[in-house]
Design a protein around this ligand. Structure first.
Ligand code: ZN
Ligand code: ZN
Length: 588
């Protein structure tokens, strides 16, 4: 390139300065050479030439200082120059300060900013979630009279959602006189990415009611929300919509579909989507492998993992989490060990916390507690997640001493987490140390720690119903309680006896005896059965915490007496209940 410039500089019929700039492209050194040439030939007064030079330089690497100086040296600069510089800087997330610099320069030249100026500035703050700076920009937006500009507002909605401020995002959104599709999408995915899946779906419903046509970006957002909540009906509806409208389904949308079906408990559909994909990437393979994993299908996950490698895809960090946890859920110890060692030796992927958690989980569940403990000891700073995994194994295999050690370590790392207190008291209860149980509970009361709230979700006719323990807020609660009591009577006749152990040993908060009967999953199932149409035999529930032993047992009986398949997704995995047995083999 350098040669070509030199040759054109010395050639008898030199190229025009524009052509030289064009040829130099966004490369600092080459651009500086052209700049020198402009000075030499006296064309460095041309505003349009210098503007072009500055814009090109702006996207070159390590060009901040040069471009800033150059932009200030241009006489009579116009809004085009500054808007372009702000736009280019905002595209490069790391150049946020440049964008602000050009904005200030613009103001000091008395050039009024436009809505383009502000959308770019806001974008530059979004890219790095710079909340404070973005708020300042928002003030300027209002001062300069662009508070009701729909482009600027859409950018603000995206920005606030990206910074985790969904409440403010919603406020801006609600104040919009005219909502563009960009704004709707920003609101849907903003809610979804911040974990407010229910609200994401509500916005999507609102969008439908107002007759706004969703596009594929909307679909990605709402499908991810469906995946979070485990609501299959709406998810399938969106899929049908995509097919009906003949959307261009790319890898991202397909992968979102796989994830949605897998997380909503319909593995067959997930696989159908996967098999139908014309093009796949590591993310889509990983989504399918992880789907098999959370359902406990270790063998299928393994086959797919091998197939993926066969097709020349290298597993990445996330693939290894998916396959290792699949091994853990399916109790495939040898395979897990092998993959864990392949990870570093064959693929050069350094194991992170998640991988170690999987290994401890894998070994611990299989009852190899000593090996699991050694694995933990071999780590520099085992964090809370690692000890939690070990603790889970201790509880499963009723290893009291190791359990206490793990629980105490956990409390030392995260003294404010109420869950750990509950866990530790449960471990003491396991060892019959009731005085310790009292001690821990009192400590908790003293510290005024609140317990996590457990809830279960069920979808009926595309409407999401949320139940928490002892919940009385649902409009049909009387009927639900009556139905549940009747149901509990029926399963008692069939031989169900309350799993007393879970009164003390449950991981979560829903632990008092009288409340066992009204655990959120039982309420949700009762409601689902009440509403179930004759043809549809599967009841699907998603719970945010782990299921307790009593619910697990009761649901086995319920699946039997009602002759229905019940699928429950808890915090860790799926349980498919049918004819009185669960797919997890009572191992969760
Ligand atoms: Zn329960
Ligand atoms: Zn189960």
């Amino acid at each position: 390139m350098e040669d070509s410039i030199n040759s054109s500089l010395s050639s008898p019929s030199p190229s025009t300065p524009y052509e030289l700039l064009q040829r130099a492209g966004p490369r600092l050194k080459q651009l500086q050479q052209v700049h020198a040439y402009l000075i030499k030939t006296g064309t460095n007064r041309s505003r349009s030439l210098l503007t072009k030079l500055a814009i090109l330089a702006c996207s070159a690497r390590n060009s901040s200082t040069y471009t800033r100086k150059l932009s200030l040296s241009i006489t009579n600069p116009d809004s085009y120059l500054f808007n372009s510089l702000i736009r280019v800087s905002s595209k490069l997330g790391s150049r946020r300060n440049d964008a602000v610099f050009y904005y200030n320069a613009m103001l000091s030249c008395f050039i009024p900013p436009s809505n383009y100026t502000f959308t770019s500035l806001i974008k530059s703050c979004s890219a790095v979630s710079a909340l404070r700076q973005g708020r300042c920009v928002h003030c300027h937006v209002v001062i300069h009279g662009f508070g009701l500009d729909s482009y600027v507002q859409a950018a603000l909605v995206t920005f606030y959602a990206k910074c985790g401020e969904v409440g403010i995002a919603r406020k801006v959104f609600d104040e919009m006189p005219e909502r563009s599709l960009v704004a709707w999408n920003a609101m849907v995915s903003g809610y979804e990415q911040n974990g407010f899946a229910k609200q994401a779906i509500e916005v999507f419903m609102l969008m439908r009611d107002e007759g706004v046509e969703p596009d594929s970006a909307t679909c990605v957002g709402v499908l991810s929300a469906c995946a979070q909540l485990g609501v299959l009906e709406l998810g399938s509806w969106v899929h049908d919509y995509i097919v009906e409208r003949k959307f261009d389904v790319d890898v991202v949308l397909n992968t979102t579909l796989i994830n949605m079906y897998a997380r909503c408990g319909d593995l067959k559909k997930a696989r159908e989507v996967f098999d139908g994909m014309k093009q796949r990437n590591v993310v889509s393979w990983t989504a399918m492998i992880s789907g098999y994993g959370i359902h406990g299908y270790g063998k299928e996950a393994m086959e797919l993992y091998e197939l993926m490698k066969h097709y020349g895809f290298s597993p990445n960090v996330i693939t290894f989490v998916a396959i290792l946890s699949a091994c853990a859920h399916a109790g495939m110890v040898d395979e897990g060990r092998r993959i864990f060692s392949d990870m570093t030796t064959k693929y050069g992927v350094k194991p992170g916390v998640e991988h170690h958690v999987c290994m401890v989980d894998l070994l611990g569940r299989a009852g190899l507690l000593n090996e699991a403990y050694n694995h933990v000891q071999g780590l520099k700073n085992p964090g809370a997640a690692i000890w939690t995994a070990l603790l889970g194994a201790c509880k499963l295999h009723k290893n009291f001493d190791l359990g206490v050690e793990a629980a105490e370590k956990l409390l030392a790392i995260e003294p404010e987490d109420s869950g750990h207190y509950v866990t530790l008291s449960n471990v003491y209860a396991l060892g019959g140390k009731m005085e310790k149980v009292e001690f821990i509970r009192n400590k908790m009361i003293k510290k005024k720690l609140k317990k996590n709230v457990g809830y279960s979700i069920i979808e009926v006719d595309q409407k999401v119903h949320l139940f928490s323990m002892g919940d009385k807020s649902h409009p049909e609660m009387r009927e639900i309680y009556r139905y549940l009591d009747e149901l509990m009577g029926r399963i008692s006749e069939a031989g169900y006896v309350t799993a007393q152990e879970s009164v003390l040993h449950e991981v979560e908060e829903e632990e008092r005896e009288y409340a066992l009967r009204y655990h959120s999953e039982k309420l949700a199932i009762a409601f689902g059965l009440m509403k179930a149409k004759n043809g549809c035999t599967t009841i699907r529930i998603a719970k945010n915490l782990r299921m307790c032993e009593d619910c697990h047992l009761a649901i086995k009986f319920i699946s039997c007496v009602t002759n229905r398949e019940i699928i429950v997704r808890d915090k860790l995995r799926f349980h498919h209940f049918r004819d009185g047995v669960c797919s997890c083999g009572d191992y969760w």
